[in-house]
Ligand binder design. Structure first.
Ligand code: NAD
Length: 442
C-alpha cells in the first residue's frame, strides 16, 4: 500500500497513557480496512464556525457529549457568538475565544487557535474554504451538507485531507436516523439479499424559508438563480449509499439527470412578496423537480430526487431493494419474501423490536430532544467518540466528495440533455479493498 492507499494520520503528541488505545485503534484500522484514522485525542478542542439554525443545535449537542470542549466560536454576526458563549459558560466551561471580524475570520481562528477540530454549519459557499484552512493549519474538520458544490472543490478537500493527514467529514445526519439505521442493520444481516437498487431524495417545501429575511433566506435562494440540478443530494443519498457499500466495495460510476420547469419560487413570490421588493426581479433557473439516476461500478442503480420549491409533505423516499425483499420509506414499510403475508407490506414499526440498530438502542435516551428527532446528536456523538478513540470515522473525505459531487454532475448532465457524466474515483481504487461500514456502537 502506498501513502494514498493507507493514510495513517500522524499527530504531533500522543498523550501518555494513550499508547495502548492507539495500538488498538491502529489494529482496528487494519481490521476494518478503512483508510483514515488518527491518534486518539483525550479531550477534543473544537472551533465552531456558523452558529445559525443548524450550528446552534450542534453547539448544544457538543455541550452534552463527554470528552470535548468548544474553545472557539466564529460567526459573521456577533450576536451568534454571544449566544454560544452564554450556552458554553452556562454549561460550566470557560468562555470561548470569539471570531467575528467578517466572512474570512475563520482563517484567523484556524491559524491562531489550538484546536483539534474545526466544525462548520455555514452557507454552502464557505464549507470548502473553512475546511481547507482548518486542515492546512493542522486541524481535523467536519462540515454540514453538502460538503462542496463543484468537482474542483471535491478534489481540493480530498487532496488536502491526504496531504495534511486530517479527517474531513461530511456530517450527514440522516445516516443516523432511526429508520435509516434499522434498514442498514437489516441489509447487513442479509435479509434483503443482495441490494440491487435504492432510491432517496430531499423533498421538502422550503419556499417560506428561502424567502425569509433571516437564516437560510439570506443565502439559499440565491443558489436557485445560479444552478439547475440537485443542489442538496446527501440526505437521501447518504443512507442508501451505505446500504450499497459505496466507497467500500462499490462506487458511483456515472449519472444522468433531468430537471423540470422552474415555477414554484416565482409563484410563491407573486403571492407573498411585495411587488416592489428586489426579490421579485430575481430569475430562478433551478428546476422545481430534479431527477437523477446513478449507476454504480457493480451495475446497481440509484434514483435521487430534489424538490424544495413546491408544496408537499416532507420525504426522503428511502427505498432499498434487494433480491429477497425491500424497504420503502414515507410511510415506512417492508416486504421480505417468506416473512409476513405474501404480497403484503409489513409495517416497519412491527419489526423495530427485532431489527433496531444497536447504536440507536444504546443512545436513544441521550439523544432525546436533540435536533431532527435525535439523529443530529448521534452523529455528533459518533464524531467525538471516533476522534477520542483514534478509530476511523463513520464517513470520511471520500464519502464527502462522492456524495457532494452529485451537485456538480447533475448540473452538468441537466445542461447536456441528460448526457451521462462520470464520477471521478476520489478513492483512486481504494473502494475495492475498503471494508463495509461496520455496525457501530455508542
Ligand atoms: N443536516 C441538516 O439537517 C441541516 C439542516 C439545516 C441546515 N443544514 C446545513 O447547515 C448549514 C447552515 O444552515 P443553517 O440552516 O444553519 O443556516 P443559517 O443561515 O441559519 O446559519 C448560518 C450561520 O452561518 C453564519 N455565517 C455566514 N457566513 C459566515 C462566514 N463566512 N463565517 C462565519 N459564519 C458565517 C451566519 O451568520 C449564520 O449564523 C448549511 O450547510 C445547510 O445546508 C443542514
Amino acid at each position: 500500500m502506498d501513502r494514498r492507499d493507507f493514510i495513517k494520520l500522524s499527530g504531533s503528541a500522543i498523550a501518555a497513557g494513550t499508547l495502548a488505545t492507539r495500538r488498538t485503534a491502529e489494529a482496528g484500522v487494519a481490521e476494518q480496512g478503512t483508510p483514515f484514522a488518527a491518534p486518539p485525542i483525550e479531550t477534543v478542542r473544537i472551533g465552531y464556525v456558523g452558529i445559525g439554525g443548524q450550528g446552534s443545535g450542534h453547539v448544544r449537542n457538543l455541550l452534552k457529549i463527554p470528552g470535548c470542549r468548544i474553545t472557539a466560536v466564529c460567526d459573521i454576526r456577533p450576536e451568534r457568538t454571544e449566544w454560544a458563549t452564554k450556552e458554553i459558560t452556562a454549561a460550566g466551561h470557560p468562555a470561548p475565544a470569539a471570531y467575528t471580524r467578517g466572512p474570512r475570520d475563520f482563517e484567523r481562528l484556524s491559524e491562531t487557535e489550538d484546536l483539534d477540530l474545526v466544525y462548520n454549519a455555514t452557507p454552502w459557499e464557505f464549507h470548502v474554504p473553512i475546511m481547507l484552512s482548518a486542515m492546512k493549519n493542522g486541524k481535523h474538520t467536519a462540515t454540514e451538507v453538502p460538503a462542496a458544490m463543484t468537482l474542483d472543490d471535491c478534489w481540493a478537500i480530498v487532496e488536502s485531507a491526504e496531504k495534511y493527514r486530517k479527517h474531513c467529514l461530511l456530517m450527514e445526519n440522516c445516516n443516523y436516523d432511526r429508520m435509516e439505521m434499522m434498514v442498514y442493520n437489516i441489509v447487513r444481516q442479509g435479509l434483503l439479499g443482495e441490494v440491487l437498487h435504492a432510491e432517496g431524495g430531499y423533498l421538502h417545501d422550503l419556499r417560506a424559508i428561502k424567502f425569509a429575511d433571516e437564516g437560510e433566506g439570506l443565502w439559499r435562494r440565491a443558489w436557485a438563480t445560479k444552478l439547475n440540478g440537485n443542489l442538496y443530494p446527501t440526505h437521501g443519498l447518504g443512507p442508501i449509499a451505505n446500504c450499497l457499500d459505496i466507497n467500500r466495495g462499490d462506487r458511483f460510476d456515472y449519472l444522468v439527470s433531468m430537471s423540470g420547469p422552474s415555477r414554484g419560487l416565482q409563484a410563491w413570490a407573486a403571492e407573498h412578496v411585495p411587488a416592489d421588493s428586489p426579490k421579485r426581479s430575481e430569475k430562478y433557473v433551478l428546476g422545481d423537480m430534479n431527477v437523477s439516476l446513478i449507476k454504480t461500478a457493480l451495475g446497481k442503480t440509484i434514483l435521487v430526487e430534489h424538490c424544495t420549491n413546491l408544496p408537499r409533505p416532507y420525504s426522503r423516499i428511502h427505498m432499498v431493494q434487494g433480491t429477497k425483499g425491500l424497504f420503502q420509506g414515507y410511510p415506512n414499510r417492508l416486504y421480505i419474501e417468506g416473512r409476513g403475508r405474501e404480497d403484503q407490506w409489513q409495517q416497519a414499526s412491527d419489526v423495530l423490536g427485532e431489527f433496531e440498530h444497536p447504536l440507536w438502542k444504546e443512545i436513544a435516551a441521550a439523544a432525546q430532544g436533540a435536533g431532527h428527532g435525535g439523529m443530529d446528536f448521534i452523529e455528533d456523538y459518533r464524531l467525538i467518540k471516533c476522534l477520542r478513540e483514534g478509530t476511523p470515522t463513520d464517513m470520511n473525505v471520500y464519502d464527502a466528495a462522492a456524495l457532494s459531487a452529485v451537485v456538480h454532475l447533475s448540473v452538468q448532465s441537466v445542461g447536456r440533455k441528460a448526457a451521462a457524466v462520470d464520477f471521478p474515483d476520489f478513492t483512486k481504487g481504494k473502494w475495492k479493498t475498503t471494508s463495509p461500514l461496520p455496525i457501530v456502537h455508542m
